[in-house]
Structures are given as structure tokens and as C-alpha cells.
Design a protein around this ligand. Structure first.
Ligand code: SF4
Length: 500
């Protein structure tokens, strides 16, 4: 076992009572090797004797340790200050995302694509393929669903295949949404996820008019990118880089961001991938592992890799990122930034995969090209693998009906991390999430078994590593991490000023 939760009974003479808490041995080599976390996400690093004394109700009220435990809601005094209102407010802040409906709406306007990426081979259709585009009637109905969400800030993201191959549908949807929004008055952000290979002046003019952002894929240097993303002309990298420059020239430097997909090949070159992002002036890089979706199982064997290999890659990459950030380059790692927000602030990053209750369906909806609605992009990719079990319904059903569907009920029943076997006792649960779709994809069961879960191994490894850096990293490392958290330059962050 990695950790234990505590439910102990105090005697009448005890000065304090315990509030719900969890703890974990970090194997840090540090004296204060036990991480103590509260239900609301506050944390302290303590020693073994301190933990034992805490559980035996032996902490003396006049000690700084006692006062810290009291202030951070690990203990309370009977008849003393009532901690419940403060904890309720903290819990409400951390779970604030529950008060709004789906904010991310993905429109899969076409499955057609000019690439033949191995990790995506079953979720694309040939360039000239028919029957793989979202119809006008379905697109219009999906726009109705979008505005049925009560979320004030909405992101409308166009996905594929390659969405620019169905640009007329993209244009229609943007125009319908913009027209409706004159009355609705929401804060709407449009994003097109694209290779940028099919850009035209007309597309860029339209994007400028509607302040559309572009998100592209850049897997690393030319050799790696072209190996990961084959096209008939073998120039995927060159065309994407040209597209990045073109978007920046017309819409500004920050109008395009990039994501990397890490194949087994990528894990051998963390520095080269990061150098590539530095050379193109990106301010963020996402070092996400390959998803187990979207490729046939025969390829999965070749493309997938053990999570331990990914973690070794990630740590090396993060060390390099910390080094170059100290030299004045601002390049944050996006997953670390999200986890830092969960750990160091009272708020949740809101990131779909790091939510409990799970974000699939509650935070995001996918309107597929065939008119069906899915709770996440991963769920619709399972469809392309022959699994249609995670469908919520069709775009013509009202949002409340989709969100009350049996699939949503099953996902929510297995999507509360605090109630899942393994997670319920884990000290990292305030910062982690539940991902029933991934567990369904990997283990055939949305609850899943954490001992064999890649999701758990990844988050366990990354959260532990970040806590290690926060506890033991020098001031310069901590300044970089804070600069990512606050999105400020390294030079602007003077005082780390946290820890425990
Ligand atoms: S998934 Fe997250 S919360 Fe659950 S056991 Fe793993 S690290 Fe802990």
C-alpha cells in the first residue's frame, strides 16, 4: 500500500479531533517524508514521529505544529472554532466547475485527412472519402445544444480528421454561433485544431474577423515529426511550420499554439523536442503520453509504451525545461502547470482529465460527424475502434436528455475519484481526477483497477515528482514553477514563499 486514510477516535481528554485526512510516504530521503493532505487540498510535509503523535492525539496545543494543523484544517477543537464553514467554502472553490454545464464543445466537422498517422489510423478517412462530413442539419442542431449549456465561457473547437477540409461547415457554424451570441452574450472562443496544411488567405481573413485561434500538432524536429505524421509528399513538418509562420504573420504570434504527441520514438529525444518548441517561440509545450485510443490494437502493441518509460522521459524533459527557463526562455509544460494549480492554489485547473467528478460529458461534449454526441474525444475514438457503447445520443436530443443518458449515469457512477477503490485512500486525490473513459478503454471497466492503471501510474509519478521539486528544489527551480503557475516571466517571480 502507498498510503492510508485515518479514522481514529479521540479520548475525552484529547485537546483535538481529527478532520478527514490522508497521508502518503513519499520516499524522498527527506526527514519530513510523509505528505499529509486534507479533504480540501491543503498539505504539509511531516515526519514519521509527528504522524504517530498526531494519530495518538499527543500533539501539544502550544506547539507551532499544532497551530499549523489547526490552521490547515487537519484537526479541530471541540467547542472551539467551527472549521466546517471555512472547509465548505474551500471545497466549493475547488469543485467550482460543478456549477456550470459543459464549456468545451468539439465539432468533428469531417473525418477526412491527408495524413496517415499510425496512432490515428482508424479515426480518419481518405481525402476524397464521402459520408464522413458533419451535415448542415446536424451542425445546426449541435449549435442549439451548445447554447443549452449554462456555461458563460464557451469554447467551440473544430476537430477532425482535418477540419480545414470542411471549412465551409466551420464557417457556417462560426457564423451561426456568432449570430446567436448577439442575444446570448456569452464569452466564446473559437479554436481550429489543424495541421495548417490547408490554410488559405480566405481562411485567415475569416479567422481574423472572428478571432479564431489555431492549435496545431508539432511532434518535434523534422525527422521525428515526419516519421510520426506521414503524408504522401513527406513534408508534413515543412508545411506545418510554414502554416505557423503564416498564421503569426496575419493574426499575431499568439494566435497559434502547438501540441505534441509522444510516440515511442519521441521518448528518445526530449531535448530535441523542447529545442524545437524554443526555436519556434512557443511559450508552452504539452508532453502528454499517447492515448490508447484511435489506433487498431495491432498498432497499439508497437506504438504504446510502458508508463515508466514515459515518466523517465518526462523527468528528463522537465529538468531541461527548468534549466532553460532559468536562462531566460519562457516555456512551460502545460500538464505540470495544471497540476501546480491544483496543488498550490485553492482552485481546480478545471482540466477535463483532472476533474472529480469526471469531466467527460459534464465539461465537454463532442458532436461527431455522424450526428452522434459523445462525452469526450476519446469516447468517440473508441467508436472508430468498433465500440459505440459510450454514445450519449444524437445532436437532435436536448442537452438535459443527453446528460441524463444511461452512459452519463455510468460514467458519473465511476467518475468520483474520492469514492473509487485506490483513489479514496490516496493522498493525491484532491489534485488528481477520475477518468472512466480511459479505464474503460484500457481495462474494459470504467471504474478500473488503480494498481494496473496507466492513468494512475502517470498521475502518481508526476504529482510525486512535483511535490519533490516543491520540497527539495532550490529557489531557482521553485521560481520557475511559480512563473508557470502565474504565467509570469522567471525574472518577475522573486519569492517562492510556500512549502510546508
Ligand atoms: S488515480 Fe490519482 S488519486 Fe487515484 S490512486 Fe492514482 S494518483 Fe491517487
Amino acid at each position: 500500500m502507498w498510503d492510508y486514510s485515518v479514522t481514529l477516535i479521540a479520548t475525552d481528554s484529547s485537546a483535538y479531533r481529527l478532520l478527514p485526512l490522508r497521508f502518503m510516504r513519499m520516499n524522498s530521503g527527506h526527514d519530513r517524508d510523509i505528505l499529509l493532505t486534507s479533504e480540501t487540498g491543503e498539505y504539509m510535509h511531516i515526519t514519521d514521529p509527528q504522524l504517530q503523535a498526531l494519530c495518538r492525539f499527543e500533539i501539544k496545543p502550544d506547539t507551532p505544529f499544532y497551530k499549523d494543523l489547526l490552521a490547515r484544517h487537519f484537526i479541530y477543537e471541540q467547542g472551539g472554532h467551527d472549521p466546517v464553514p471555512e472547509m465548505t467554502a474551500q471545497y466549493r472553490s475547488r469543485k467550482d466547475f460543478l456549477f456550470q454545464g459543459p464549456a468545451l464543445h468539439l465539432f468533428v466537422v469531417t473525418l477526412r485527412c491527408n495524413h496517415t498517422c499510425q496512432y490515428c489510423q482508424v479515426s480518419r478517412a481518405p481525402l476524397g472519402g464521402s459520408g464522413h462530413d458533419l451535415s448542415e442539419a446536424d451542425a445546426l442542431a449541435a449549435v442549439d445544444r451548445l447554447f443549452e449549456s449554462n456555461a458563460y465561457a464557451l469554447t467551440v473547437e473544430f476537430q477532425g480528421g482535418e477540419p480545414l477540409l470542411a471549412f465551409e461547415r466551420v464557417r457556417q457554424i462560426v457564423e451561426w454561433v456568432s449570430e446567436r451570441n448577439v442575444v446570448e452574450q456569452r464569452d466564446i472562443q473559437f479554436v481550429i485544431t489543424t495541421t495548417l496544411h490547408h490554410l488559405t488567405d480566405e481562411i485567415l481573413d475569416f479567422a481574423k474577423q472572428h478571432r479564431i485561434q489555431f492549435s496545431t500538432s508539432l511532434d518535434g524536429p523534422a525527422l521525428l515529426h515526419n516519421a510520426n505524421r506521414p503524408t504522401p509528399s513527406r513534408d508534413s513538418y515543412e508545411r506545418t511550420v510554414k502554416g505557423i509562420e503564416w498564421v503569426r504573420e496575419r493574426l499575431g504570434h499568439n494566435a497559434v499554439s502547438a501540441l505534441t504527441t509522444l510516440t515511442s520514438r519521441s521518448l528518445e529525444q526530449p531535448k530535441a523536442i523542447i529545442d524545437e518548441y524554443v526555436s519556434h517561440g512557443f511559450s508552452s509545450i504539452s508532453l502528454r503520453p499517447l492515448s490508447p485510443y484511435g489506433f487498431a490494437s495491432k498498432s497499439a502493441h508497437r506504438l504504446d509504451y510502458p508508463i515508466a518509460r514515459y515518466l523517465a522521459f518526462y523527468k528528463e524533459a522537465l529538468a531541461y525545461l527548468l534549466e532553460i527557463n532559468q536562462q531566460g526562455v519562457y516555456l512551460s509544460e502545460s500538464y505540470a502547470s495544471l497540476l501546480l494549480k491544483n496543488i498550490l492554489t485553492p482552485f481546480s485547473s478545471g482540466y477535463v482529465d483532472l476533474r472529480s467528478p469526471a469531466g467527460a460529458g459534464t465539461a465537454a461534449l463532442v458532436y461527431n460527424y455522424d450526428g452522434y454526441v459523445y462525452p469526450s474525444d476519446e469516447a468517440r475514438m473508441l467508436l472508430e475502434m468498433g465500440e459505440d457503447g459510450l454514445r450519449l445520443g444524437t445532436v437532435h436530443q436536448p442537452l438535459p436528455e443527453l446528460l441524463a443518458s444511461p452512459v452519463m449515469q455510468a460514467l458519473l457512477a465511476s467518475g468520483v475519484a474520492e469514492a473509487l477503490p485506490g483513489c479514496s485512500d490516496c493522498a493525491f486525490v484532491p489534485y488528481c481526477g477520475a477518468d472512466p473513459v480511459e479505464h474503460y478503454a484500457r481495462q474494459g471497466d470504467p471504474v478500473g483497477h488503480r494498481a494496473f492503471s496507466s492513468f494512475c501510474k502517470k498521475n502518481m509519478g508526476l504529482i510525486k515528482h512535483l511535490f519533490g521539486l516543491l520540497q527539495d528544489g532550490d529557489d531557482d527551480v521553485q521560481r520557475v514553477l511559480l512563473s508557470w503557475l502565474n504565467r509570469r516571466s522567471y525574472a518577475d517571480v522573486r519569492f517562492p514563499g510556500y512549502g510546508g
